[in-house]
Each structure stands twice: as C-alpha cells, then as structure tokens.
Design a protein around this ligand. Structure first.
Ligand code: SF4
Length: 377
C-alpha cells in the first residue's frame, strides 16, 4: 500500500498536518481538514477554512495547495497526512490499518549494520515534534497500539517526555511500544524522569544482539553500547518501566543465539517478552549482505533451541518476520504476523498456499532477497 504521493506545491510555508476529506464541509468545521479532489473531479473553488487543498487538476489559488497530484487512490476520508513544502504528501495515520507508528527522529546514537532506517545527522527534532503533536491530536479513532520509532527516540530529550505525556492524556487506552537502543536509560536521572510520566501502558523494545559485549558493539557499530544497553535495561526495570528484548537474526547473531537467550534468562529475567526477528533487506542490509545473510531455513535448529529454552523457563517469546513454510512446525505457535500492512507482501507461490491466512508473509523489499525454501503448504 502506498504511503507517499507528490505534486506541485504553492503557498505552503511549513509542513501542514491535517485530515483528508472529500466532502464540502460547512465553513465552521473545516479547521482540521485538507480538502482532497479526486482524479476527474472538478474542484469547487470554495477553499476558505481548510488547512490545504489537494487536487489532480491545476488550481489557481492563494490557499496552500498541492495540485497536479500524481497518485491518490490510497487516500481515504479521515486519513491523516502531512503536506510538505516540496509537494510531497505523506500518509501518517490510517485508522483501518493494524500497525501505527510515530516517527520521531532520523538521528541515532548507534549505526547498526542492518539498520532498516539508516540514521541521518540532521536536526529534525523541533519540526518532527511539532508534526507529531498535531498527529496525536488528530488520531481518531484512537489506535489500539502505537509504536514510537526513529532513529533513537531518546535523542529528543525533553520533547520525548512531552510527547509521551500528551499520549497519556490524549490516547490513554493506546498501548505504546517504544523502539530504543536503550543506551540513554543507563543514566539514572533520565530514567527516573521517563518513569515519572507514569504512562500506564508503555513498553520499551530494546535490541540486544549477543551475550558478548564485543559482538553486540560490532553489530551496532558503537563501542561501549552493550554495557550501556544492559545498564539501561536494569535502570528501566528498577524504575518500573516494562521492557522487551529484540534480536535480529543473521549470520553474526545466530552463532551465539542460545547463549544470548541464556544470558537474558539469567541476567534480565524481568524482560516481559523476547522477539526473535528476521532480517529486513532494506536500509544498510543490502550493502552488508555478504556479512549478514544466512538463509532462515539454515538456522531452524538454533531458533528452535532458543525458543524452547525460553518457553521451558516461562519466558514469553515471539518470532517476527518469518514465513511459516520456512519455519519448523514446532515454531509456528510463536510466529506472529508482524509486518506492517504497507510493507507486507506475498509471493506468487503464496496464492496456492493453504497457510496463507495464518502466514505473515514477507517484507515488500524481500522480493530481492528471501529464503530459497519458500513454497506453498
Ligand atoms: S508459501 Fe507464502 S503464504 Fe505460504 S507459508 Fe510460505 S510465505 Fe507463507
């Protein structure tokens, strides 16, 4: 499913966040809406009060507008979008989807070999925080789950506290999952401030790639990261913050996978969930593929051993981003449909598969690289 389209922008001084409508609304109710005219529709030139206008046709107007829009079949009434000064229109919230996220920064303090969203060193904190504050106001109906992601969210400093506080007030029943490298939580004062927000339904998702500090530091390309992350996990737990550990499975993490889950059980027993995740062929991964790639079919024994180890000790474990036809059948109960709708794909062979309904499929970028053992069941 498409997330972005573009056209010719005029009269837009800064990014505009708003809710799509295809209706001619009464003047008094237009305040949060962006009026969208679908392809072939003749625009009615009454634009007063809308935040912006989107149109396929050329428009002569002094209002903020993106016209000569390329694609728009993915827009639905109620979608929240951001209209950029350069004419890009990005979808931020579609209530009918299963997965929702708040992208808070492109900056990161790590530089993982398989990062799916390679960090950029640009100061986007103010602009993205403003965008996200408005997005939270417009999220309706409230999502059941919301992932805070980046980059590294803790690099927002106080702005992160403000966002979580706003989420606590505006979307109190939404379960928050924040993806973080966990390193900032090593600082006791930071973690105390984070915990003091007392969000009732928040869990950190923290990656840990090895029980061996040097191996973890190599994967995240940051010396000392293992010590900080482990200290951060302990500080979080000490302050009552829930944590999940995430392990991306590839050639560098598979050899010590059993030792890593043992380490988690013995040293991080407070972890409420361990997610064992398939590699995404996007971001940095293609350029590091020679070092990272192992066909998931070839690590089934290690994966089964790790899952069994955790299950036998009453720890909750899930497998993300794996196809049922590649997983051993004993692992199927732990496989989740974890791939967001907009990046989810099934191959031609999946059409004949009896497990299609239960299988999470592949990332759309997996068409270029995936297990050689995918076959209909
Ligand atoms: S063939 Fe496709 S739908 Fe069937 S299990 Fe494999 S990946 Fe899933």
């Amino acid at each position: 499913m498409r997330l972005t389209t573009a056209g010719s922008a005029r009269n837009i001084e800064e990014a505009i966040v708003g809710r799509i409508t295809t209706q001619n609304l009464p003047d008094a109710t237009r305040g949060q809406y962006i009026r969208f005219f679908a392809e072939g529709e003749a625009p009615i030139l009454d634009f007063a009060g809308y935040r912006a206008i989107l149109s396929h046709a050329d428009l002569a107007t002094d209002y903020p507008v993106v016209d000569r829009l390329r694609e728009s079949e993915h827009f639905r009434d109620g979608d929240v979008v951001v209209v950029e000064r350069d004419g890009f229109v990005r979808s931020l919230y579609r209530s009918y989807e299963r997965h929702h996220s708040l992208f808070v920064t492109e900056r990161c303090s790590s530089n993982c070999l398989m990062c799916s969203q390679p960090p950029k060193d640009k100061d986007d904190v103010e602009s993205l925080t403003k965008r996200n504050q408005e997005l939270i106001r417009l999220m309706s109906p409230a999502p059941e789950y919301l992932t805070i992601t980046g980059g590294e969210p803790t690099l927002l400093g106080d702005h992160l506290f403000e966002l979580i506080d706003q989420l606590k007030t505006s979307l109190p029943n939404t379960e928050l999952h924040m993806l973080t490298n966990g390193r900032t939580f090593a600082w006791p004062e930071y973690t105390r401030q984070f915990a003091a927000i007392e969000h009732p339904n928040l869990c950190l998702g923290v990656p840990l790639y090895s029980d061996c500090a040097g191996d973890h530091d190599y994967v995240v390309q940051a010396k000392g990261a293992f010590d900080q992350t482990v200290a951060g996990l302990h500080q979080a737990a000490r302050n009552g913050i829930r944590v999940e550990v995430r392990v991306v499975l590839h050639r560098l993490t598979i050899p010590r996978l059993t030792r890593l889950v043992e380490y988690i059980y013995r040293n991080l027993s407070f972890v409420e969930h361990v997610a064992l995740m398939g590699l995404e062929y996007v971001g940095y991964t293609p350029r590091n593929i020679a070092e990272l790639w192992i066909d998931p079919f070839d690590y089934q024994a290690e994966l089964e051993r790790a899952v069994n180890y955790l299950v036998m000790r009453n720890m909750t474990v899930s497998i993300y981003n794996h196809q049922l036809c590649v997983l051993r059948q004993s692992l199927w109960p732990y496989a989740q449909k974890s791939i967001s709708d907009w990046k989810n794909l099934y191959l031609t062979e999946c059409e004949k598969c009896s497990a299609l309904e239960d299988c999470g499929g592949l990332f759309k970028w997996a068409v270029k690289k995936h297990s050689e053992h995918i076959h209909p069941l």
